[in-house]
Write a protein that binds this ligand. Structure first.
Ligand code: SME
Length: 154
């Protein structure tokens, strides 16, 4: 079910990227495109956006949703922890995650996926929040990891 929705999103993002010469643009253009396609397809997403690696911290990038925190230290919160580990984190209940950064009290669960550049360097995180508990699973992980794999190709 979700797998086919992610397939559709992947196809839409790649089509826009190819048709409009996205590979001559920058990561922000790809982030904004991914946000729009995902947030419009998955209306259950409460917050969809990116944090970018800037030195020793993450700084907010393009997002769709309520106001997000501007910066997150590596190792802090869900994003900072996933960034330090360089791996996807699925958190079914953010209240149970030690050090969770509550930008918006309505956020109940989240998935955070790392982005890598073509050299394999960590360049940021895709952060998606839901206002429902336990909203994300392995289908989301697979679908989102495939989409952010596009940053490796830019
Ligand atoms: N929940 C995140 C902070 C960012 S917001 O959700 C937009 C975290 O703990 O990393």
């Amino acid at each position: 079910m979700k797998a086919s929705a992610y397939e559709e999103c992947y196809g839409a993002i790649v089509a826009i990227w190819k048709d409009e010469g996205g590979n001559t643009l920058d990561d922000i253009a790809l982030m904004a495109t991914i946000n729009s396609v995902l947030a419009n397809r998955f209306t259950t997403y409460y917050w969809t956006g990116f944090y970018r690696v800037c030195g020793d911290r993450l700084v907010v990038g393009p997002y769709i949703g309520t106001v997000g925190c501007l910066q997150i230290q590596f190792g802090k919160g869900v994003c900072g922890t996933a960034a330090a580990r360089r791996e996807t984190l699925i958190v079914p209940d953010v209240n149970q995650f030690p050090g969770h950064i509550a930008c918006d009290a309505a956020s109940k669960s989240e998935i955070v996926v790392p982005l890598f550049d073509p050299a394999g360097e960590l360049i940021g995180m895709l952060d998606i929040d839901s206002d429902q508990f336990d909203a994300f699973d392995e289908e989301d992980r697979a679908g989102l990891e495939r989409i952010v794999g596009l940053f490796r190709q830019t």
